[in-house]
Write a protein that binds this ligand. Structure first.
Ligand SMILES: *Cc1c(COP(=O)(O)O)cnc(C)c1O
Length: 364
């Protein structure tokens, strides 16, 4: 008995969690702050927590009305028909739905390097292949049409990430439009706005009305603080919105997730606070970290530290868990999530101490 050939399939490397690190080091999880997975440091919206509690006694039923209600509420808020809201089990699930709807075996997707690993994974699951366009570290991971079109070769899906993970750079809307214009009629441009709430930028949703070849990805995992629930969606053009019924895994977005999502959408205060706090943390990192910090519009910053693996390990021993970006192909960089004020302060102090220690050692 064999699985199919999975040798091309990379496994997803998540940021380290507290329990995992604490167990490995034989320490109390309470001693650590986790700033490795771009989770919301303010927790979920209290309204969502309440909705989760209330829904607990009803999970014997399949999610039906809640799913429809959430599509409707998102459609309402975004000014699109609910049919254009492809609700899924996380943003990752929405990526899978786009793969299912578009990829024929052997089709290619074009993804950023460095970039979010799941684009390529999803393509491979669906018997597609992956090509990469390079975002240059030397140019601040700048994103524009030229960078993408210079590599584009008729791929079926082109992924843009704005704000980009792990750098935090964004792509201006006119550049997205140029890419959509100059790529083939059967090429879909997916603008992944998982961190869209944190950026002071117009959503690529503005392009969907006039075009059939742009989709936008959004998630409840980041600004809404619901990563553990798994809830995300794609916003797609009306022209092919009905394909959802043919690619949607039945009940993939759970009753609990949908009810929490509905409550979180109404809790604008929680999102506003999360966005403000991330902006303050970014400013603190940029001002106070004694190493190059890339300007970011997400809830995280990328920092050049030299040996990322060594710095990550030392920071971990000091109780601060960050993301080693070696797996992104950036072995000299770490990514730190914006924490609460206290968490961010602690991360900055510990990082500066580690950097100072390392430079003193290097001089010896
Ligand atoms: C976190 C993230 C997502 C979606 O995550 P889900 O938890 O599956 O919703 C999508 N794209 C990028 C770039 C991300 O960082």
């Amino acid at each position: 008995m064999h699985t199919r050939d999975l040798s091309d399939h990379a496994t997803y490397e998540a940021g380290r969690g507290i329990e995992e690190v604490a167990r490995k080091l034989g320490r109390d999880p309470g001693e650590f702050v986790t700033l490795s997975s771009n989770e919301n440091p303010h927790g979920p919206s209290p309204a969502a927590v309440e909705a989760i509690r209330e829904t607990a006694g009803e999970v014997n039923d399949y999610p039906k009305a809640a799913h429809a209600d959430l599509r409707e509420a998102i459609g309402d808020r975004r000014g699109v028909d609910p049919r254009q809201v492809w609700l899924a089990n996380g943003g990752d699930g929405a990526i899978d739905y786009l793969s299912r709807a578009f990829l024929e075996p052997g089709d290619d997707v074009l993804v950023p390097d460095p970039g979010f690993a799941y684009y390529g994974m999803s393509s491979r699951f669906h018997h597609g292949d992956v090509r990469e366009y390079a975002l240059s570290k030397g140019e601040g991971f700048a994103q524009d049409a030229e960078t993408v079109l210079g590599t584009y070769d008729g791929e079926r899906i082109v992924y843009l990430t704005s704000p980009h993970n792990p750098s935090g750079s964004t792509i201006p809307l006119p550049e997205v439009e140029t890419i959509a214009e100059r790529t083939g009629e059967e090429t879909l441009i997916v603008v992944d706005e998982a961190y869209g709430e944190f950026a002071d930028r117009e959503s690529a949703l503005a392009l969907i009305e006039g075009r059939e070849d742009v989709a936008v990805l959004r998630t409840f995992s980041k600004a809404y603080g619901l990563a553990g629930l798994r809830l995300g969606y794609a916003l797609v053009p009306a022209a092919w919105a009905d394909a959802y019924a043919r690619v949607n895994t039945p009940f993939a977005a759970s009753e609990v997730a949908c009810r929490a999502g509905l409550a979180a959408l109404d809790d604008t205060e929680h999102v506003a606070r999360s966005v403000e706090s991330a902006a303050a943390a970014r400013a603190a990192f940029e001002e106070r970290v004694e190493a190059p910090v890339w300007e970011s519009e997400g809830n995280f910053v990328l920092i050049e530290v030299g040996d990322a693996t060594a710095v990550t390990e030392t920071l971990q021993k000091r109780g601060v868990i960050v993301r080693d970006c070696s797996s992104f192909g950036l072995p000299e960089c770490i990514r730190i999530t914006c924490g609460t004020d206290e968490e961010t302060d602690r991360a900055i102090e510990e990082l500066n101490a580690v950097l100072a220690e390392r430079s003193a050692e290097a001089e010896r």
